[in-house]
Design a protein around this ligand. Structure first.
Ligand code: ZN
Length: 281
């Protein structure tokens, strides 16, 4: 299943299931939004989708929005690909480096990322993101899948000068529009091995990041176990697993996002997340 949030002309966000070229409107089946849908579980969604006589809306008549409009929490993992830790001139971590990205920064597929005038070093980071479905605390590493609804693409846009001015990264990664997610939350049954997915980011046809999730230092089970030992995980929480090498910060010469560019972030099986870059305030 591909769980989405969409809007028609009236603009109200509604939950849906993307099925080939059409969308099944879950708001007509008693689901308030995608958080509600994930809380009720994949089986409830499958059952609703199989009810005879459903009407679908052609995907050309809707606009896809961020699949979760306001995730409860967005946990990010720093330096979780070996090559990216090296290019950032940081040590390979022995415990996961977890920071947060504010949910107010979330935007959806096609939305503009606005570059703040405060930063001279705006940068991109394609990431494989895990979306929690079933809540849980102190989740054993080998039971992580029981708590995951699915996966999505997240672009952890970062103002490097603001981020690295201090040891705390939250603000440099939380400017408005700095958290594109989507286009859909793909349910975990559609992804045979989440630790073997090609991941890449390109701008204007130039591939700037290209790796595979098998390169992750801390894998899904370790991350979910570690975070849930501290705070119970909730439906809709996102764990973004980190970015591979090739970010602007690590390039020689360094390169920063510019107005007019279009970022295309993709993870195998999860689709493409495309966002234009514009000048902000
Ligand atoms: Zn990141």
């Amino acid at each position: 299943m591909k769980l989405v949030t969409f809007a028609q002309a009236d603009g109200a966000p509604r939950p849906g299931l993307l099925q080939d070229d059409s969308i099944l409107d879950l708001s007509k089946l008693g689901f308030a939004d995608t958080l509600d849908a994930m809380g009720k579980g994949a089986d409830a969604l499958r059952k609703a989708a199989d009810t005879p006589g459903q009407s679908s809306i052609p995907v050309t008549e809707v606009r896809l929005l961020a699949p979760i409009q306001r995730p409860p929490r967005i946990f990010c993992v720093g330096l979780n690909y070996r090559d990216h830790a090296i290019e950032s001139k940081m040590e390979i971590p022995k415990v996961p480096t977890i920071f947060l990205k504010l949910a107010s920064a979330v935007v959806g597929p096609g939305d503009a990322v606005r570059l703040p005038s405060m930063s001279k070093q705006p940068d991109y980071e394609v990431e494989f993101a895990i979306v929690i479905g079933t809540p849980g605390r102190r989740i054993p590493a080998d039971r992580w899948k029981e708590h995951v609804f699915g996966y999505t693409v997240l672009n952890d846009v970062s103002a490097r000068d603001v981020q690295l001015a201090t040891s705390q990264w939250i603000l440099g990664k939380s400017f408005d529009t700095f958290c594109p997610i989507g286009p859909a939350i793909v349910s975990q049954d559609e992804i045979a091995d989440p630790h073997n997915l090609d991941i890449r980011l390109s701008i204007g046809g130039e591939v700037l990041q290209h790796s595979n999730t098998r390169e992750l230092i801390f894998k899904a089970g370790e991350l979910i176990s570690y975070i849930s030992a501290v705070t119970p995980l909730q439906a809709g929480d996102i764990i973004s697993t980190g970015t591979p090498a090739g970010v602007g910060l690590g390039r020689n010469p360094q390169r920063w996002l510019r107005p007019g560019e279009v970022m295309k972030a993709e993870v195998e099986g999860l689709g493409q997340l495309t966002n234009p870059v514009v000048a902000g305030e």
